[in-house]
Design a protein around this ligand. Structure first.
Ligand code: BMA
Length: 311
């Protein structure tokens, strides 16, 4: 994509995008998209949503040294449960993992897709290859769950996106044990900005900055051709993240490249995680058109000045 086009977005598409497509998956499947990064000492892994040819999704792992060139492992690492309390609720697949390092362990909130609708479920991993299910943590009608990377005033916190009255808003809930959740409050309704009028959802787990929790979220607008999924930024209060301190008026990334425009679902940039490096550089990983995984780069400073302070 020519530079002039890339410059229209605050985040920059890596020139090697897409970083993963179905051609990189060493077993038969339909698509790969919506991956979440897990940082190792000597590289970056990514937990991937792979959609099988029968239409149900499961998770695979890809490994890299540089966060840009990934190799997908031979076999899936997590399949929908076949026994136990999860089996019914995952009978239509597991989707959209989002990992947060908390107390030294990666916890993954993901969507358990079943006959009654999507529920949020929680699993954890120590080696990125094996996943232990902990609990189903929501009733149906909820997805886009992300955990905060530390307790806030003694409680774990998460954002999610329950659907009420067909309205997709970002909510916050709290927990003492990561299993039982409550004290839920609405954080962000759609329509705060022109490009997120249909639905909003928590995309990337919150990133702590001195100015507040930086929240890269997704907003959709509805068009005669269907929804358009963009990534934007919010700043949430550090001590009371139910309070939105600022909402960026302009998106960080809008579908523009061919691989974001064309795919199983076109016009989609759907982030599920990011890595922030010591120098403030950020790699945002996103699913493009529900058909591949891409990375867009920038800096925390740029997001603050070009998006959150845009007037
Ligand atoms: C959301 C989720 C994602 C998907 C996105 C765009 O509602 O279902 O899995 O990538 O829509 O189709």
């Amino acid at each position: 994509m020519p530079d002039s086009a890339a410059a229209r977005d605050i985040l920059h598409r890596w020139e090697g995008n897409p970083i993963l497509t179905i051609d990189d998956v060493p077993f038969r499947a339909n698509t790969v998209f919506n991956g979440t990064p897990l940082v190792r000492e000597d590289g970056i892994d990514m937990l991937l949503r792979v959609e099988g040819q029968q239409g149900y999704s499961f998770f695979a792992l890809a490994r890299s040294r540089d966060g840009l060139h990934f190799t997908v492992c031979d076999k899936p690492v997590m399949m929908p449960a076949e026994v136990g309390p999860w089996a019914l609720y995952e009978s239509r697949g597991i989707e959209d993992p989002r990992a947060t390092r908390l107390d030294g362990t990666y916890y993954v909130l993901y969507v358990a897709s079943g006959p009654y609708g999507p529920r949020i479920a929680l699993a954890k991993t120590d080696d990125h290859m094996s996943y232990e299910r902990i609990a189903l943590v929501s009733e149906p009608g909820n997805k886009d769950g992300v955990l905060f990377p530390r307790k806030i005033k003694g409680r774990y916190a998460r954002l999610d996106r329950p659907i009420g009255e067909d309205k997709g808003c970002i909510w916050i809930s709290y927990s003492l044990d990561l299993i039982h959740w409550g004290d839920s409050q609405m954080v962000l309704p759609p329509g705060g900005v022109r490009w997120d009028t249909f639905r909003v959802g928590a995309s990337v787990p919150p990133i702590e900055t001195p100015a507040g929790w930086l929240k890269i979220y997704h907003g959709t607008s509805w068009t005669p051709a269907g929804p358009v999924y963009r990534a934007g930024a919010l700043l949430l209060d550090l001590d009371d993240p139910a309070n939105v301190v600022k909402q960026g008026l302009v998106p960080l990334l809008s579908p523009r490249a061919e691989y974001e425009r064309i795919g199983d679902i076109g016009n989609v940039c759907f982030a599920c995680g990011a890595v922030v490096f010591d120098n403030g550089t950020i790699y945002v990983y996103y699913g493009a058109a529900d058909t591949s995984i891409c990375v867009a780069t920038g800096t925390i400073d740029q997001i603050m000045t070009e998006c959150l302070e845009y007037e």
